[in-house]
Design a protein around this ligand. Structure first.
Ligand code: ZN
Ligand code: FE
Length: 255
């Protein structure tokens, strides 16, 4: 039986995700911005929380952990590199590590850039990729700790993943990301049609997360630094993709 994944809106624009294995009855949550909505979703479904997977140390991804641990005996998983600034970990993981959850393999990728030690979790069987504030819908996280080259390398780790991979990112920033993307890549028909879809969804207060890797590859400027039209628009024809990425990230910071 495939895993079930539920999006849980938290705070003003964060997302947590429940990953449920019907076979074993286990449920993990990816990030814990606040406990209330996560507990409500769990109890409504009659699920117990078994694991908490943390992507990075920022408050809006970990603040709900103590209250969740008070209600459930859950295993906390997070980056070894961040043990000093994450809630107490039961399992500290690094790039290339994997563990099993309900009979499925979960791969850990270091996707530093937004922070050093930010991880993504990849479940190839379910084709799910939890990216939080690394690869985001139509964007990528702001570089608080890492360099543009680090974020570029982190995003490159998705290169070999199939188009059908579903991308679960950490925030509802897509509408403002779309305004920026359309300035960098104004003629891209896939982007133009995605923006229509985003506008319609937000008008009805629907989430634009998750998305797919196929859609991100077609429309997200941060995955398109190699694209001739974007390079031409930035006057960077023939430049190395990492340099084009750096320029796009710098423009987004000023945006
Ligand atoms: Zn963050
Ligand atoms: Fe965040």
């Amino acid at each position: 039986m495939p895993l079930e994944i539920i999006t849980v809106p938290c705070l003003s624009d964060n997302y947590a995700f429940l990953v449920h294995d019907p076979q074993s009855g286990k449920t993990a949550v990816v990030d814990a911005p606040e406990a209330g909505p996560i507990k409500a979703e769990l109890s409504q479904r009659g699920w117990e929380l078994s694991e908490i997977w943390l992507t990075h140390h920022h408050d809006d991804h970990i603040d709900g952990v103590p209250e969740l641990l008070a209600a459930y005996s859950a295993t906390v998983v997070g980056a070894k590199a961040d043990v000093h600034r994450l809630p107490k970990l039961d399992r500290a993981v690094s790039d290339g590590d994997s563990f099993t959850f309900g009979g499925e393999v979960v791969h850990i990728l270091d996707v530093s850039g937004h922070t050093i030690g930010h991880i993504a979790l990849h479940l190839p069987e379910t084709a799910a990729l939890f990216t939080a504030d690394s690869l985001m819908a139509l964007g990528c996280g702001r570089l608080f700790e890492g360099t543009p080259a680090q974020m570029f390398a982190s995003l490159q780790k998705t290169t070999a993943m199939p188009d059908e991979t579903t991308v679960y990112s950490g925030h509802e920033y897509t509408a403002s990301n779309a305004v920026f993307a359309s300035m960098v890549d104004p003629e891209n028909p896939a982007l133009i049609s995605r923006i229509l879809d985003i506008t319609a969804k937000r008008k009805n207060s629907q989430p634009t997360v998750p998305s797919s890797l196929q859609l991100e590859r077609a429309t997200n400027p941060f995955l398109r630094a190699h694209d001739p039209a974007i390079q031409a628009h930035l006057n960077m024809v023939g430049a190395a993709p990492v340099d084009v990425f750096t320029e796009i990230r710098a423009r987004k910071d000023r945006f």
